[in-house]
Design a protein around this ligand. Structure first.
Ligand SMILES: [Zn+2]
Length: 326
């Protein structure tokens, strides 16, 4: 299981790992030349199986999106829906299981990638458990998860977990430097992206709207009572989906907590731009911050359900503002 916030490279890592495991050369890295590597790149490797939701397939036009349709419902059925389905259904899992019980076609093993594990609905997750517990000897399951706390404990416990963490700033800046031209203020860009390198890159290329910036602005205004929770919720929902807004709030809070900790260490220099956040963090104690972080995580878990997104967000923002009432 590859676990961590989105934007830390889990999908790219999964692709490289899959390609290397399937490669027919004996080196640890994919050679890029053999039949396996070539089929992998062209989206037609017979031993790579990808389960993901239709929604993810539509939104991210990456290599996995080429592999995903094999286990989705027929196009005629999918077209009848108003919106692409955001879940991985039991039929998709049932579709892949017979395929992993035959010999690999080309490579020495076969891979089943689940992108992402939290998209599995409860029935799909349950029907996967047995295969995860006793996979055929030449099969690997790679589960990608942006939020492992949302997964069934029985699913988590069957996996070896690799955690993807936010890299330290120097390392992230070094990587971004290689991707971007000299004209960009990389340090500032990284701050806007809460330290997450791929988000920073997407911001620079204009392919991502800065949820983070908006979250910072609204959360500060709420704390200073310059806006009411209903209006702030409306502004935020207009620009994004509930789940991604809540994730941005989570990341933002983690950053606030980190800044609060480091500001207590008088030997560390404080970045001028972080001052408003540090002041805010110092008006609350850690208990309050962690309780609120828990509340936001819970809302995120419920965000795919029947809740009204606007009301759900407003409820969280009311809690936030209430903490600053005295
Ligand atoms: Zn190869």
């Amino acid at each position: 299981m590859l676990a961590g916030h989105s934007g830390l490279g889990k999908t790219i890592f999964a692709q490289q790992m899959a390609k290397s495991l399937l490669c027919q050369e004996e080196d640890n890295h994919a050679c890029g030349q053999c039949q396996s590597c070539r089929l992998f790149e062209s989206g037609s490797h017979p031993d790579l199986h990808v389960l993901q939701s239709e929604k993810r397939m539509v939104e991210k036009e990456d290599l996995f999106a080429i592999y995903a349709p094999r286990y989705l419902e027929d196009e005629s059925k999918r077209k009848k829906r108003k919106k692409p389905s955001a879940i991985i259904a039991i039929d998709q899992v049932r579709g892949v299981i017979p395929d992993i019980n035959t010999r690999p076609h080309l490579s020495a093993c076969r891979l089943i990638i689940i992108n992402t594990a939290e998209d599995l609905n409860i029935n799909a997750a349950n029907s996967l458990l047995k295969s995860l517990e006793e996979p055929p000897s030449d099969s690997y399951f790679i589960l990608i998860s942006h939020d492992p706390s949302r997964l069934l404990p029985t699913l988590r416990s069957r996996c070896n977990r690799i955690d993807f963490r936010i890299p330290d700033k120097q390392q992230a800046m070094h990587w971004l430097n290689e991707q971007l031209s000299d004209q960009v203020d990389i340090s500032q860009l990284l701050d806007r992206a809460s330290g997450i390198p791929i988000r920073a890159l997407e911001l620079a290329k204009g392919t991502r709207h800065s949820d983070e910036e908006q979250v910072t602005q609204q959360m500060l205004q709420l704390a200073h009572r310059q806006i009411d929770p209903a209006s702030a919720a409306a502004v935020m929902i207009k620009a994004g989906e509930l789940k991604s807004i809540l994730e941005s709030i989570q990341i933002w809070l983690s950053r606030l907590i980190r800044l609060k900790v480091s500001s207590q260490n008088t030997t560390l220099a404080i970045n001028e731009g972080d001052k408003p956040l540090i002041d805010l963090g110092n008006r609350l104690n850690f208990r309050q911050l962690y309780d609120f972080l828990d509340k936001v995580s819970k809302s995120k878990q419920l965000s795919g359900g029947p809740l009204d997104p606007l009301l759900a967000l407003e409820d969280d923002l009311i809690s936030w503002q209430t903490m600053f009432s005295k």
